[in-house]
Design a protein around this ligand. Sequence first.
Ligand code: FAD
Length: 391
Amino acid sequence: MMPAADAEKLLADVEAFCQELRPIEELCYVEHRYNDQLVPLARKHDLLGMVVPPAYGGRGADTVTYARALARIGREGTGVRTFFSGHTSIGEYPIMTWGTEEQKRRYLPAACRGEKILAFGLTEPEAGSNPLEMRSTYERRGDHFVLNGVKYLISNGGIATTIVTFAYPAGRQGRISAFLIDTDQPGFQSEDLTAKMGMPTANTAMFEMTNLKVPLANLLGEEGEGFRIAMGTLISGRISVAAGCLGVIEDCLAEVVRYAQERSQHGKAIGRHQLVQEHIAAIEMDRLATEALVLRAAEAKDASAAHPGDAKRHAQAELLAAQAKLYASQAAWDAADRAVQVFGGRGWSTLYRPGRHLQDVRVCRIYEGTDEILKLKIAAAVLGKEYEAYR
Ligand SMILES: Cc1cc2nc3c(=O)[nH]c(=O)nc-3n(C[C@H](O)[C@H](O)[C@H](O)COP(=O)(O)OP(=O)(O)OC[C@H]3O[C@@H](n4cnc5c(N)ncnc54)[C@H](O)[C@@H]3O)c2cc1C
């Protein structure tokens, strides 16, 4: 556990960051452009290595504290929170967990200082819900590997300096391995994806590896361990999405309460109309349920981290992360939809927070495991492994 005073300081820094970021983020959103002040401000408030151990330059937050931080950041928007998920939850986390000492020293302090920005490249045009269908390959040639392939829909993919990525041995003979690839090397090319329905201030990109030379020292984990690393990383990623969705719900509730008290129609504040109150009660119930699930998943992940090698605790953390992410992303979508409704015509405008949340949060039901894949996972946990429908 992180000492209480350190946790309090971290959350105070997150609060200061969010307050400073908000006017800039709002302007970027309405102008539909990438928020290039996010990284400098996160660096200023020392938020680029929240879960990284202090020995590698980070703040050493446990998962519960980090989830609270991400919930606060999620209030600023799913695009802002997605940056942190990409850089920390699925970027720094796998290096912390499976990296060699040399890899940790080379990447983590620089990532905490914002000199390196991280991303996680698993999805491909032909491999989304089933990463085993990926086509990227690697081949060992002397003192390096050569990687080829295309990764699609990668958060931070166009701003990252280093990406955790995955490939099969050439000819797809054997199992997937994980690599740390540096994006300044010849053979790496990225393209920002701009035709998207939300998160205009965040970076989403595809990238291509064409005979990309990767030093042998950049293999992450053991050869053939890539799928396990990817799935282990998704536990951290799913909790981050769920925590961010909690923030979206909290922000929608705050906006709706304020607006329902300020706006009058039919001679009274709209908050006095019972059908408007129904929206407020529904958002509040979802906030409570989501918070409970997020904290439970975060506690389970901390318990699993405290007992490495305990398969039961690991499975419990994995299941709770999937459950929290499924529930939170649907609840946040519903909360944003209700908030838009309470705001009426203004709700439909991206000049107001509910409309922006609605557009942005939809992706949370798709990335880091779609609703459908998570439901199958939860059903298999209830029915038994032999019922796994996605194998
Ligand atoms: C904005 C954004 C950011 C992203 N960031 C990242 C990132 O940083 N890194 C990364 O690696 N990926 C990222 N992704 C990719 C994301 O994880 C995938 O889009 C997601 O896993 C779904 O894959 P897909 O889009 O190929 O859909 P598909 O897998 O083709 O699925 C299409 C539909 O079929 C359903 N389906 C598929 N298989 C089954 C089944 N067995 N049973 C029932 N239904 C099924 C799905 O649930 C879905 O409804 C991002 C995506 C977006 C949109």
